[in-house]
Ligand binder design. Structure first.
Ligand SMILES: [Zn+2]
Length: 62
């Protein structure tokens, strides 16, 4: 289980783990092909990090 570096509450990237008491990290995705993701704490809206990946048609990713 991951803990938020800001508030030290349990967070998870997997929404299936919500029922264990961890809240899912918020993922805000921007972009059509080059996706930029901002991860933020579900408790205090603090930004945890950024990532990007290539998505869209042909990749099977949203
Ligand atoms: Zn937090």
């Amino acid at each position: 289980m991951a803990k938020c570096p800001h508030c030290e509450k349990d967070v998870t990237l997997d929404s299936a783990n919500k029922d264990v008491g961890a809240q899912e990290v918020r993922k805000d995705v921007e972009g059509i092909v080059k996706k930029e993701v901002m991860y933020s704490c579900p408790h205090y809206d603090r930004v945890l990090g950024f990532a990007f990946f290539f998505g869209g048609l042909g990749t099977g990713r949203p």
